[in-house]
Design a protein around this ligand. Structure first.
Ligand SMILES: NC(=O)c1ccc[n+]([C@@H]2O[C@H](COP(=O)([O-])OP(=O)(O)OC[C@H]3O[C@@H](n4cnc5c(N)ncnc54)[C@H](OP(=O)(O)O)[C@@H]3O)[C@@H](O)[C@H]2O)c1
Length: 259
């Protein structure tokens, strides 16, 4: 069994590669090598927009975990996924595993989510045996969003009405690795973190962990991204830790006090 992880240098993909290596699987990691160098012994440099490069990368591969995504160019993401699906059919790949986002049907007009839903639709219609796992937002994304909002000196403005169920990326990676090592399951139960939290509550905890003392002020936002975020907690799902507190403890350092 040879498992190819597309986007194997990405935030999620490299954790999936790690999880599979720890499980003793024969794994390959595919990307263009633009955002991070490919892992020496298992890296395959290929662009999903090149049918020839994908065909070569699939030589001997039995299972694909598709984590590659191009958020800056949605049409490239869909084209890359379609190329990959067609190449997997030709190569006789026996299991196509895909990572989706939980709850996005309610915001299907938001361009990023429209891409994700269209990719799921194409996989399900492809005839390939597949597993689709939809998960909530990773702690790393919550951190990135809060970083972007943390611009004012004494206050932190946070959009009102955004409630998330953030999940640990290692938990997601481990679930994807498990799925890839088992039989195709079609659409799986969604996977979310252990807590349902308004963004302002996450922001307060995040600021405390960084040793920043600011007032968090929730404001009504019309930004499409935040509007799309607001309805993601609908739907039943498997809940799994660790929680945001542990992620902060492991990843955020308080500045040292000057004596
Ligand atoms: N972040 C979240 O909270 C969250 C939640 C649920 C689901 N997801 C899904 O998880 C997946 C992975 O997200 P992520 O945050 O790990 O993404 P990411 O860090 O942006 O990684 C994307 C990967 O795709 C590769 N890639 C992009 N275009 C490519 C192309 N044309 N050919 C080959 N490789 C290409 C990139 O490497 P190069 O640029 O070097 O090629 C990189 O390795 C996405 O589908 C996302 O929708 C994310």
């Amino acid at each position: 069994m040879i498992i190819l992880v597309t986007g194997g240098t990405g935030t999620l993909g490299r954790r999936v590669v790690d999880a599979l290596e720890q499980a003793g699987a024969d794994v390959r990691s595919l990307s263009r090598g633009q955002r991070a160098p490919l892992q020496d012994h298992i890296g395959i440099e290929a662009d999903l927009l090149s049918k020839e490069e994908i065909a070569k990368a699939l030589d001997g591969v039995t299972t694909v975990i598709h984590c590659a995504h191009d958020s800056s160019t949605p049409e490239n993401s869909i084209a890359g996924t379609s190329n990959l699906i067609e190449a997997c059919k030709t190569a006789g790949v026996g299991h196509f595993v895909y990572i989706g986002i939980a709850g996005i049907e309610t915001s299907a007009d938001f361009p990023y989510y429209a891409v994700k839903l269209e990719e799921e639709r194409r996989i399900a219609a492809s005839g390939l045996p597949y597993s689709i796992l939809r998960t909530a937002q990773f702690h790393t994304l919550v951190h990135a969003v809060l970083n972007r909002l943390n611009t004012a000196p004494m206050l932190m403005y946070v959009p009102r009405g955004v409630v998330l169920r953030p999940v640990d990326i290692r938990t997601v990676a481990a679930r994807l690795a498990d799925l890839a090592l088992g039989p195709p399951r079609g659409r799986c139960r969604d996977l979310v973190g252990p807590e349902e939290r308004p963004l302002e509550s996450l922001a307060r905890q995040w600021l405390r962990a960084r040793g920043q003392w600011k007032i968090v002020f929730a404001f009504p936002s019309r930004a499409p991204g935040f509007k799309a975020f607001a309805t993601l907690t609908r739907g039943d799902a498997d809940k799994a830790g660790p929680d945001f507190a542990l992620w902060l403890a492991e990843n955020v350092q308080r500045p040292r006090r000057r004596r």
